[in-house]
Design a protein around this ligand. Structure first.
Ligand code: PLP
Length: 232
């Protein structure tokens, strides 16, 4: 089974297919958290083309309960009758959130285009900067939704990060490799398991990127990044 964690990828494409269409997976999970491509405040969505998973997911989100006569395990005891058939949860998105999400969905393409425009400015500005590398987007097979814009610096990540924060820029780091989190450490996963992920983590800084970012703000970030990278 292939499950896509597509929390960062709504609006992206892979080999001509939109993320969420599940052309290459059994299910895709989207996040509508406030900083994502579209938001419902909190919440998200699971997409699938598999009818059996779809029916299970419907039950999973409502306490494992069904009223569907065709799904009942026992004979109905009356019009009130329902069955809890599995251990489910309350994962219902509210109608208020859904109304917001429907409006947001109409703006998805424009949000992605705005992000892409900022990424183009960042890429052009940092293209020839030694000491800084960026992720390469192979547009012949994939189109990123650019949820974040990470850069990699060769040396002194922490100092550079702190200088950028001091300059008033909301830089961040995405992410500590998941198996280095205490929960997974407790399960016995050891540092060194994924050396490339660990190297990436040690060098990365996420720059601000959101649709309403003004050209002046983008330019300020560019100038400050150039400055801290040039300072070594
Ligand atoms: C890669 C990834 N997966 C999953 C999630 C979780 O999404 P949510 O907070 O909507 O449950 C996040 C949240 O930022 C994420 O970045």
């Amino acid at each position: 089974m292939v499950l896509e964690d597509a929390a960062h990828a709504f609006g992206a494409e892979y080999r001509g297919a939109k993320i969420g269409s599940c052309c290459y997976s059994d299910m895709a999970i989207l996040s509508f958290h406030a900083v994502k491509h579209i938001t419902t405040g909190e919440g998200g969505m699971v997409t699938t083309n598999n009818e059996s998973y779809y029916k299970k997911l419907l039950m999973f989100r409502t306490h494992g309960i069904t009223r569907d006569p065709s799904l009942l395990s026992n004979k109905t005891e009356g019009p009130w009758y329902y069955e809890m058939q599995s251990l489910g949860f309350n994962y219902r998105l509210t109608d208020f959130q859904s109304a917001l999400g429907i409006q947001q969905l109409r703006k998805l393409d424009q949000f992605i285009a705005a992000r892409r425009r900022i990424v183009t400015l960042y890429k052009a500005a940092f293209k020839n900067l030694s000491g800084l590398t960026m992720l390469n987007e192979n547009e012949t097979i994939a189109k990123s939704a650019w949820h974040i814009f990470p850069i990699m610096v060769r040396t002194k990540r922490r100092a550079k990060f702190e200088l950028l924060r001091q300059a008033g820029i909301g830089v961040n780091v995405h992410y500590l490799p998941v198996y280095l989190q205490p929960y997974y450490q407790g399960l016995g996963y050891l540092p060194g398991l994924c050396p490339i992920a660990e190297k990436y983590y040690s060098q990365t800084i996420t720059l601000p990127l959101y649709p309403k970012m003004s050209d002046a703000e983008v330019q300020y970030v560019i100038d400050q990044v150039k400055k801290v990278v040039a300072d070594g």
